[in-house]
Design a protein around this ligand. Structure first.
Ligand code: ADP
Length: 257
């Protein structure tokens, strides 16, 4: 098995990108973009140059989390990503739209082409860790992205609800079929800590993440609670100011690559 490597596209000749990590999920709304942003921030805090390629074209939420509202600049010879306050390079379809509230109503092949161009025509200056916020699911678009960007590994994000269904297993199997290493699973919205008594409330019931991780022989990298302060930071475009140590284990794993 495995993906035919001939589909893999070359980055812009002026780009310098060392490791590329895909962040995937079985469906939208599970916190994939939030995990992607937090990883980029953490990598930056540990002294690496990090970048986010927002490949979630129909639901782009990365620029908002970083408070980025500018348009992309460049010419036929290449495009420049935006730079966050910390210096994280970001490219997203939002930066190409006339209005960032415009919906993206393109068909699959066009969406996949745009993502490819984010890889081939954007000048990523000097990136140690690039995080790709992948389109959710296991359909056409994520498949094309998997085939065109050389991912060093993927992290699968799910909420406890998905972890009882087959969609996480589909994502695991897709990565296996394409010979892309699965670095680990992240469970988001695992629990809520009661602000009064400190008790952990399992909103979506008992977690099955450890069983699934064991079944597929992949590690659990993080269990992230529902945190209103996190949602607020993301909403305010201030994800870079948010402090939380839930992703430390995931970043430790990435540093071994
Ligand atoms: P996805 O990329 O999977 O579609 P997002 O990362 O955009 O999902 O998250 C969906 C919404 O849920 C966002 O508004 C985000 O800020 C919020 N959110 C995600 N994870 C958490 C969390 N652990 N605590 C609080 N809010 C969260």
């Amino acid at each position: 098995g495995g993906a035919p490597t001939s589909f893999i596209e070359k980055p812009h000749e002026m780009s310098s990108i060392r490791k590329v990590i895909g962040v995937v999920s079985g469906k939208g709304g599970v916190g994939k973009s939030m995990v992607t942003s937090m990883l980029a921030v953490l990598a930056n805090r540990r002294g690496y140059n990090s970048a986010v390629l927002d490949a979630d074209v129909t639901g782009p939420s990365i620029p908002k989390a970083f408070g980025i509202h500018e348009r992309a600049t460049g010419g036929e010879w290449g495009m420049f990503p935006a730079r966050s306050k910390m210096g994280i390079e970001v490219m997203s379809v939002n930066m190409l739209l006339e209005n960032e509230t415009d919906p993206v109503i393109w068909r699959g092949p066009i969406i996949a082409d745009v993502v490819k161009q984010f890889w081939t025509t954007v000048i990523w200056s000097d990136v140690d860790f690039m995080f790709v916020d992948m389109p959710p699911g296991t359909g056409d678009v994520p498949l094309t992205v998997f085939q065109s960007i050389p991912l060093d590994g993927i992290i699968i994000v799910a909420s406890p609800q998905e972890l009882v269904s087959v969609i996480v297993e589909k994502a695991v199997n897709m990565a296996k079929m394409m010979n892309i290493p699965i670095l680990g699973l992240v469970e988001n919205m695992s629990y809520l800590t009661c602000p009064d008594c400190g008790k952990q409330i399992k909103l979506f019931g008992e977690s099955h993440i450890d069983e699934i991780a064991e079944k597929y022989g992949v590690p659990v990298l993080a269990k992230i609670p529902v945190d209103p302060a996190l949602a607020k930071a993301v909403d305010a475009g201030a994800v870079e100011l948010f402090e939380g140590d839930w992703m430390d284990g995931a970043m430790d794993r990435l540093e071994t690559l």
